[in-house]
Design a protein around this ligand. Structure first.
Ligand SMILES: *[C@@H]1O[C@H](CO)[C@@H](O)[C@H](O)[C@H]1NC(C)=O
Ligand SMILES: *[C@@H]1O[C@H](CO)[C@@H](O)[C@H](O)[C@H]1NC(C)=O
Ligand SMILES: *[C@@H]1O[C@H](CO)[C@@H](O)[C@H](O)[C@H]1NC(C)=O
Ligand SMILES: *[C@@H]1O[C@H](CO)[C@@H](O)[C@H](O)[C@H]1NC(C)=O
Ligand SMILES: *[C@@H]1O[C@H](CO)[C@@H](O)[C@H](O)[C@H]1NC(C)=O
Ligand SMILES: *[C@@H]1O[C@H](CO)[C@@H](O)[C@H](O)[C@H]1NC(C)=O
Ligand SMILES: *[C@@H]1O[C@H](CO)[C@@H](O)[C@H](O)[C@H]1NC(C)=O
Length: 401
């Protein structure tokens, strides 16, 4: 472990010429702040070279007045008695802005901050809002997990690498108006059940995975190089009006989804899976879809499938429903399928190509018992990440004590 340097304000005042440059330099050993006196000793450092660490035993509030730029990271890990952290003049953090296990932190005020190497925040249960007046418009990646935040107000990115927003159980709004491109994984899961995700200007992304949202609006999305996966969401309607191509396309366990449309989609560069969307009666929203380079695997309770432009399915083909759709519509496509071809309408127990049940109610004859099994399974799904987080956090507290 790095030997950290403790700033002695008295010493800094005594030999100013030496102290100023040294006090502002955390490039070999991080500058450690244990109290407001340490923070105030940095007030003449418009630029801090290297890293600043807020020590675990710091109590109360810390304000980094006067600092405009930190070339390295700013981190606070396990400072369980830190109530507020602010840096009114700070415009940029070159490396990671890492906050973890600050369990009573309620106030994070960075009114001038616009640029951060990356944001990595976890276990900030009492942080409900950000006071980021200007807004962070540039960040290499963002990970915000298990915080008390209700929205991402203050995060005004226009482009980002990985964007990971998970287990923020009070977060009911994600609206990043300026976001145009996500060059890595956009992952949203296990936030408030009422979460509404609005990314009005997102045009491109690599991989998008959205779980447990009550609405999703991505009207400008044009292409995805990787997967678009929607799992366990509660919205009734989803449309990606401008999407022309994706990698894998997955709609799984969106129990209320009844209207699904991607009117411009022509190509799925991967597999296309629809399963356990029990309210989806018609699959008619893919009128321009021509090519699926992987497998098609549709299971459910649908009565109609209309894919008039489909010319080629290069992987396997599996379509099974309790409903009475027409398998004869797919006789022509059969010759393009390289894997196995299965089409079953009015089948009591639709089965996905990997052999699992394609409806959440299982066989119609035992729907009551299997719906009990379904809710038990959902409970497990909800609790696993939460328990893991609590366990990790508990272990961290143990380590501190
Ligand atoms: C927080 O404060 C309590 C009470 O003063 C103390 O017992 C505990 O060790 C402090 N925690 C840390 C991480 O400093
Ligand atoms: C998003 O960024 C990637 C990588 O920089 C780039 O290839 C892609 O064209 C961009 N997409 C949009 C819609 O800007
Ligand atoms: C959808 O694409 C069309 C044509 O490229 C464009 O004019 C329109 O603004 C796009 N809509 C949105 C919501 O981005
Ligand atoms: C997309 O991200 C998920 C994790 O959420 C991962 O399992 C999957 O392999 C990724 N797919 C692609 C094509 O990047
Ligand atoms: C969240 O989504 C997952 C699917 O990824 C699902 O299994 C789980 O039941 C959902 N949780 C809730 C509370 O809906
Ligand atoms: C389904 O959604 C599409 C696109 O949002 C809309 O145009 C259409 O009217 C909807 N259909 C029904 C039956 O609600
Ligand atoms: C399915 O629909 C076809 C044509 O509409 C009809 O002839 C057939 O009897 C139906 N089958 C079942 C099991 O309802």
């Amino acid at each position: 472990m790095v030997v950290t340097k403790y700033i002695l304000p008295a010493l800094a005042a005594a030999s100013t010429a030496f102290a100023v440059s040294d006090a502002c330099d955390g490039s070999s050993d991080p500058i450690t702040i244990q109290n407001q006196g340490d923070a105030s000793a940095l007030s003449s450092c418009s630029t801090v070279k290297g890293d600043i660490v807020i020590a675990e035993h710091t109590t109360g509030g810390i304000s980094l007045d006067g600092v405009e730029q930190i070339t390295g990271s700013l981190s606070a890990n396990g400072a369980a008695n830190l109530t507020s952290l602010s840096a009114p003049e700070l415009t940029s953090i070159g490396d990671t802005f890492k906050l973890e296990g600050l369990i009573i932190l309620t106030d994070l005020s960075f009114g001038s901050l616009t640029s951060v190497g990356s944001i990595d925040w976890a276990a900030l249960p009492n942080l409900q809002a950000l006071s980021f007046t200007k807004g962070v418009s540039k960040a290499g990646s963002v990970s915000i997990t298990n915080t008390g935040l209700t929205s991402l107000n203050g995060i005004t990115l226009d482009s980002v690498g990985n964007f990971d927003i998970t287990a923020n159980t009070a977060m009911d709004t994600i609206n990043v108006n300026d976001l145009k491109n996500v060059t890595g994984l956009l992952n949203i899961a296990a936030n408030a059940p009422s979460l509404k995700v609005t990314l009005p200007n997102l045009g491109g992304a690599q991989n998008i995975t959205i779980r447990n949202a009550s609405s999703l609006s991505i009207p400008s999305l044009k292409e995805l190089s990787g997967q678009l996966g929607l799992f366990g969401n509660t919205f009734k309607e989803f449309s990606a009006a401008n999407l022309t191509s994706t990698g894998d396309l997955v709609f799984d366990n969106n129990g209320k989804l009844s209207n699904l449309s991607m009117p411009q989609l022509t190509t799925v560069n991967g597999g296309f899976t629809i399963s356990k969307n029990d309210d989806l009666e018609d699959i008619t929203g893919f009128q321009k879809l021509q090519t699926i380079t992987g497998a098609l695997d549709f299971t459910g309770e649908f009565n109609k499938v209309d894919l008039p432009a489909l010319k080629q399915v290069k992987g396997g083909f599996n379509m099974q429903s309790t409903g009475n759709f027409s398998c004869s519509d797919f006789q022509d496509i059969k010759s393009t399928v390289r894997g196995s071809f299965t089409c079953k309408s009015s089948t009591p127990d639709p089965t996905t190509s990997d052999g699992s049940s394609g409806t959440s109610s299982g066989t119609s004859s035992s729907s009551s018992s299997s719906s009990t099994a379904k809710s038990a399974a959902s409970l497990v799904d909800i609790n696993v990440p939460a328990v893991a987080l609590i366990a990790a956090f508990g272990a961290m507290l143990q380590a501190l004590l």
